[in-house]
Design a protein around this ligand. Structure first.
Ligand code: TYM
Length: 344
């Protein structure tokens, strides 16, 4: 039914160290999707400045995300890898969307509430408007599919609402400009899989995040083998052996999380992992998890460290990707201006 060709867009913020949640919730999907789709993978640096950033750290963090994409197996020739701020149309379309989205919609965003905390009056306007920039990221390329972790679901739903409202509000002008079936697609989130929400290793009820004060709460992509092993061994568990089926995981968030991580790293399913380890003690399972995590993540971390030494190469990838991204974004932004009645 959709008149839009399939196109994938996703992004990661250059803030803090990338962790296993970012890898399994997002990057692993990027690596798979590049085989079947036209893809753009962005380092969303304009999102990072919605909270204070130290310039030298930000520069390093932007390169680090690009290095992580490449080290994980995203091909920078086949796909477009770029940083958001080099394509001015992201900010331009975000402004248009600030005028389409409603205050009430943004007031419902749970991530803003979490990030702003109690001191909402003191949060930046950028932090509040963050989801309209995210909608612009996706819709600037008329992307149809967005691989993300579960925590981004609400933002993608907002992007769909914005696309729908734009299509409705300007329906006549959109048709007059020769576009059939609306101007923007309603993008679909790609969230499924056993690691859609990787949890904190010290508390299975909290999400694994860059901001938790404890390094033991997460595995970072830059961790070496010993650190990965230590973090898995220290991960919180319960005293029971592992269950044999999924029902046995209910009320056992830490067990569910570790099984999900194993399944995702092994490109398998929770059911298959439980079949293999059901009845085993955590100590035996953890050893297998360490071996798997070190085998999968070790080479990525090593390649990231190598690429980070070569900032000229990373910068050339970002420049090239930005140029290719602009070639898609420019004409779409021009069409948006025509639809709105702006003279160009
Ligand atoms: P960010 O930078 O916080 O996270 C990057 C990606 O990692 C996923 N993720 C997780 N997945 C599973 N378990 C976890 N514990 C976990 N933590 C993070 C996130 O869901 C995300 O896919 N707003 C976005 C960045 C963004 C974006 C976009 C994404 C900006 N524009 C356009 C897609 C399309 C964010 O802050 O992700």
């Amino acid at each position: 039914m959709t008149p839009f060709p399939e196109r994938v867009f996703s992004g990661i913020q250059p803030t803090g160290n990338l962790h296993l949640g970012n890898y399994l919730g997002a990057i692993v999907k990027f690596v798979a999707l590049q085989k079947t789709h036209e893809c753009l993978f962005c380092v969303v640096d304009l999102h990072a400045i919605t909270v204070p950033q130290e310039p030298n750290e930000l520069r390093a963090a932007i390169r680090k995300i690009a290095a992580a994409y490449i080290a994980s197996g995203v091909d920078p020739v086949k796909n477009i890898i770029f940083n958001q701020s080099q394509v001015a149309e992201h900010a331009e379309l975000a402004w248009v969307f600030n005028c389409v989205a409603r205050m009430g919609w943004l007031n419902r965003m749970t991530q803003f509430k979490e990030k702003a905390g109690k001191d909402r009056e003191n949060a930046s306007i950028g932090l509040f408007a963050y989801p309209t920039l995210m909608a612009a990221d996706i819709l600037l390329y008329r992307a149809t599919h967005v691989p993300v972790g579960e925590d981004q679901k609400q933002h993608i739903e907002l992007a769909r609402d914005i696309a729908q409202k734009f299509n409705n509000d300007f329906a006549e002008s959109i048709a007059a400009n020769g576009h059939e079936g609306g101007f923007f697609p309603l993008p679909e989130p790609l969230i499924q899989g056993p690691a859609a929400r990787v949890m904190n290793l010290r508390d299975g009820l909290k999400k694994m995040s860059k901001s938790d004060p404890s390094e033991y709460s997460r595995i970072s992509l830059s961790d070496d083998s010993d650190t990965i092993a230590q973090k898995v061994r220290k991960a919180k568990t319960d005293p029971e052996p592992l269950p044999t089926d999924k029902d046995g995981l209910s009320g056992r968030p830490e067990a569910e999380n570790l099984i999900g991580i194993y399944a995702a790293l092994n490109d398998s399913t929770t059911e298959a992992v439980l079949q293999q380890f059901g009845g085993a003690q955590f100590s035996a399972f953890k050893q297998q998890l360490v071996d798997l995590a070190v085998a999968k993540l070790g080479p990525i971390g090593a390649e990231m460290r190598r690429l980070e030494q070569d900032s000229a190469y990373i910068d050339s990838v970002l420049r090239d990707g930005s140029q290719r991204a602009r070639a898609i974004a420019g004409p779409i932004m021009n069409q948006v201006k025509d639809i709105l009645g702006l003279i160009r």
